[in-house]
Design a protein around this ligand. Structure first.
Ligand code: NAG
Ligand code: NAG
Length: 250
């Protein structure tokens, strides 16, 4: 239908460059879900602008990608939950950032970051935690991603406005690793990742977007681009212990 015209882009924004470019609404791919369809969805904000996606692990912690939060002070970060459009929903401040010690700009195995909220979220129909998968889904399994994208063609920068949800299929990891070795030689895809197939040329969602299989969190978007190449997620099944250890409240 409209997909061909849609360009949904993942960009790592050097924020100092933002004021030079014009802001417009993002054009994005996928359906527009209701907030209660993806109640675990979080938008990570930096100085009140949406920069990344995340998932609600529990009322105190949001899981996202390290690239979104590295070298930023917690007081500049925030999280928006229970929304469908910008300015909907609840805002929560971030008091602590915990980056996975093995996170790396190249090796995609452990690219996870936890945001500890200053105040616990108030759960509702549109704000709920999501559990982590208990077993490895098969290649080709049906999944979906949700979140915001952004678009940068050096003239426009778009501030993500509308939440999107997109059905995807898990893609063979070895094939993904081989394709990504050619198209993105600086990153390495390992057994601790998931890849999701793109059937057409599309820009990826912002990093941190949750990948969900059978109602449970399977992955967090770690690397994507504007291409037909698969998106790369961190497989959270392999990080359950780290996640549990770091989100436990004492
Ligand atoms: C990538 O990092 C993981 C730990 O996060 C490690 O187990 C693995 O050996 C690394 N792989 C490569 C190719 O460096
Ligand atoms: C936008 O993309 C251009 C390349 O098309 C790049 O040179 C520029 O740094 C990017 N700007 C931002 C803010 O990401």
């Amino acid at each position: 239908m409209l997909q061909a015209a849609f360009v949904l882009c993942l960009v790592i924004l050097p924020w100092s460059a933002v004021p030079e470019i014009r802001v417009q609404e993002c054009e994005s791919a996928g359906d527009q879900p209701a907030a209660e369809d993806v109640p675990w969805q979080a938008m990570v904000q930096f100085k009140k602008i949406g920069i990344c996606n995340g998932a609600i692990l529990n009322t105190n912690y949001i899981l996202t990608a390290p690239d979104c939060v590295r070298d930023k002070v917690p007081s500049d970060l925030g999280v928006r939950v229970g929304y469908r459009r910008r300015y909907d929903g609840d805002f929560a401040g971030v008091c602590q950032v915990i980056i996975h010690p093995q996170s790396s700009k190249t090796n995609q195995s452990s690219n996870l970051a936890l945001l500890k909220l200053c105040e616990p979220l108030d759960p509702s129909e549109t704000i709920k935690e999501i559990g982590i998968i208990d077993k490895q889904p098969k290649n080709g399994a049906e999944a979906f991603i949700s979140g915001y994208g952004s678009y940068n063609n050096s003239v426009y920068y778009c501030d993500p406005l509308t939440l999107r949800k997109k059905a995807v299929q898990l893609y063979d990891l070895k094939a993904c690793a081989a394709e990504r070795r050619l198209s993105a030689p600086t990153i390495s895809v390992t057994d601790l990742n998931f890849c999701a197939e793109k059937k057409e040329r599309l820009c990826s969602f912002h990093k941190g977007a949750p990948l969900v299989v059978d109602g449970k969190l399977a992955g967090i978007l770690s690397f994507g681009d504007c291409s037909t190449e698969p998106d790369v997620f961190v497989n959270v099944l392999y990080h359950k212990k780290w996640l549990q250890a770091n989100t436990k409240e004492i």
